[in-house]
Ligand binder design. Structure first.
Ligand SMILES: Cc1cc2nc3c(=O)[nH]c(=O)nc-3n(C[C@H](O)[C@H](O)[C@H](O)COP(=O)(O)O)c2cc1C
Length: 352
């Protein structure tokens, strides 16, 4: 009861504050949200219906709906986010050294398109600061750590190795993010030889028992899926996150449509779903998939799950819908599952 009341209050507050927040530029509004969340009293972890529980990569996920990386880059509020109704949260991307990211403005809301364009460029307080914060928390709920490379790094693979080593003690899982479009050349790591080399180095550095996920871009060509899956399977990657933001530009209405950077939210939905389907075929269901990109409703989440995703993540829809979105999608999934006659969410994975 208390959790429901607190969440309802948080949502009512969000509805009240949203017009105000939308008067601010996107980045100060986001900063304010993180600052507010980081001082919230710790909410108890929400309880989800047992039908939504699922074991993926050895971890017990209480709900398949997670918060995607990029919202809490520096691990300032993972417990508050879990308390809002997410089944897991991915902090980061964190880079080995602190770095400022790209010049501002670099984050744009495309209200008319229910989309976001960002070219943040891995602004990060660095791994040591995130490590310190995560060390101080009582571990409960699933918190993944998304790792990246510094822009000025001379050896990007070494940056990922450093991230795996540094963050493993505080991570329930790690995500190797090679798909941000905002660090020049980063996505080249998705290419054949480099990917194999990177994943071999990660394999060598990892701690047994901490799953490692690989996050890919949606802007892939035919043949890439099989190649990435083969490299991932051979190097013991535990799941793929499909996908990051896109550099493509489907038709957009917003005045910010011409901004450079990665596009997310509703206009990414079809592309991300298509990529997920291609990865499901390429994996033959052998490697867990985590879907991201334009997920706004329980129907969207159900579509991804039945297309082969074990879990889903979202970010942009929360900008427009507020923090009640995770709980709404989880309860919509529970109803959808009941209607389908299936008894647990794992049964729905790839069922279409
Ligand atoms: C402002 C912003 C910053 C992001 N930063 C990161 C990041 O640091 N690392 C990462 O892996 N993904 C990042 N992402 C991508 C999201 O995690 C997600 O993959 C993508 O936005 C698609 O989901 P969505 O359509 O629900 O937003 C960012 C997205 C946004 C909107």
């Amino acid at each position: 009861m208390t959790i429901i009341r607190q969440t309802t209050e948080a949502m009512a507050l969000y509805k009240l504050l949203r017009p105000l927040a939308f008067m601010l530029d996107a980045e100060p509004a986001h900063r304010g949200t993180i600052a507010a969340l980081s001082v919230l009293p710790r909410l108890p972890l929400p309880k989800f219906a047992t039908q939504l529980h699922q074991k993926v990569a050895g971890l017990n996920f209480p709900s398949p709906v997670g918060l995607a990386a990029g919202f809490d880059k520096d691990a300032e509020a993972p417990d508050a986010i879990l308390g809002l109704g997410f089944g897991f949260v991915e902090i980061g991307t964190v880079t080995p050294k602190p770095q400022a990211g790209n010049p501002k403005p670099r984050l744009f809301r495309l209200k008319e398109d229910r989309a976001v364009i960002n070219r943040m460029g891995f602004n990060s307080g660095g791994q040591a600061a995130a490590l310190e914060r995560l060390r101080k928390r009582d571990r409960r709920g699933i918190v993944g750590v998304n790792i990246g490379a510094n822009k000025d790094s001379e050896d990007r693979i070494a940056d990922y190795v450093a991230g795996v080593k540094a963050m493993s003690p505080v991570a329930d899982y790690l995500t190797v993010n090679i798909s941000s479009p905002n660090t020049p050349g980063l996505r080249n790591l998705q290419a054949g030889g480099e990917l194999v080399e990177l994943l071999a180095a990660v394999r060598e550095a990892r701690t047994p028992g901490i799953p490692v996920f690989l996050k890919v871009a949606p802007d892939l060509e035919s043949g890439d899926h099989e190649r990435i899956v083969q490299a991932a399977v051979e190097s013991g990657i535990d799941a793929l996150i499909v996908s990051n933001t896109t550099i493509s530009r489907p038709p957009l209405k917003s005045p910010h449509a011409g901004e450079a950077g990665g596009l997310s939210g509703r206009p990414l939905k079809e592309l991300a779903l298509d990529q997920l389907r291609q990865f499901y075929v390429a994996t033959g269901g052998q490697l867990p998939l985590i879907a991201a990109g334009g997920i706004e409703t329980a129907e969207d989440a159900w579509e991804r799950i039945t297309a082969g995703a074990n879990l889903v993540q979202l970010y942009s829809a929360m900008v427009f819908e507020g923090p009640g979105i995770a709980r709404r999608i989880a309860s919509g999934l529970e109803q959808r599952l009941r209607r389908s006659g299936m008894s647990e969410i794992a049964e729905a994975v790839g069922s279409r």
